[in-house]
Write a protein that binds this ligand. Structure first.
Ligand SMILES: [Zn+2]
Length: 263
């Protein structure tokens, strides 16, 4: 596996938006190196706009660059960034886009600014800058942030977490971020990282309601492969791709590949 290879995939065009999963999130933790933070990044193009839903962190910068370049775009062409929540693994790269409006929940930014420095996954300086930036757009539940894309309050993982629902004629797409990180959370209605398990559960039940509302609706989670409901259960669309290439030999061209796909 090449170091900067993307594991992205194309989703069907819905509601006038061309949708690419630029980075497919991963449902796992590292064993002894702290947070892994491999989160989903989606690129949406339509209505004359170029938008990302969540933008990842430092290690995804070259993948984002390449995803734009391969479509004849540059970071300056990005018009909108929609953040599901402020955690570092989803939010840091808003700084890559000098022209973009940066949408974040009103509650989420207010909460993030008050988090004690050095204690958790909120990137202290990045949220401080977002508070100062004139391109920041504060979102409240029900707002139509882009044509056909509405924000929903889904607290639990963070207090101001938003889910974005893209309305299509036949089916929708739900970008759930970390309100529902992976298939195991959706099935068990329990969350791995939450300030209140009951609040997370209520948000996941609401996500299920939205998901079941129209057959064929695609759910794009924060740390897993996109899914649709088949026979009442979440079924992945597309293959999981993840791995680590390690230098255990004596030269840089000797590498050992660890597939992390669970197969
Ligand atoms: Zn998170």
């Amino acid at each position: 596996m090449a170091g900067e290879q993307s594991n992205g995939a194309k989703l069907p065009t819905i509601g006038g938006w061309d949708i690419d999963i630029v980075v497919q999130g991963y449902p796992g933790k590292s064993v002894c190196h702290g947070g892994l933070g491999w989160s989903t990044i989606a690129l949406l193009r339509g209505y004359g706009r170029v938008a990302f839903i969540d933008v990842g962190s430092f290690s995804q910068r070259s993948i984002i660059q390449q995803s734009l370049e391969s479509r004849g775009l540059t970071p300056a062409d990005v018009t909108d960034v929609l953040l599901t929540h402020s955690h570092w693994d989803h939010s840091l790269n808003w700084v890559m886009f000098p022209q973009a409006r940066i949408a974040i929940g009103t509650k989420e930014l207010a909460w993030s600014l008050l988090e004690p420095w050095g204690m958790g996954p909120v990137p202290e300086l990045y949220v401080r800058e977002l508070d100062r930036l004139d391109r920041t757009v504060l979102v409240t539940a029900g707002d139509e942030v882009l044509p056909g894309i509405r924000a929903y309050d889904m607290p639990g993982h963070t207090p101001g977490h938003l889910v974005y629902r893209l309305h299509g004629e036949k089916n929708d797409i739900l970008f759930t971020g970390d309100a529902a990180k992976n298939r195991a959370e959706l099935l068990s209605l329990t969350a791995d990282m939450t300030y209140d398990q009951m609040i997370s559960r209520q948000s996941m039940e609401r996500i299920w309601e939205l998901w079941k509302d129209k057959p064929g609706t695609v759910l794009v989670p924060g740390h897993d492969v996109p899914m649709v409901i088949e026979d009442g259960k979440p079924a992945y669309i597309g293959e999981r791709a993840a791995g680590i290439s390690s230098w255990f030999g004596e030269t840089l061209d000797q590498t050992k590949l660890f597939e992390l796909t669970g197969r």
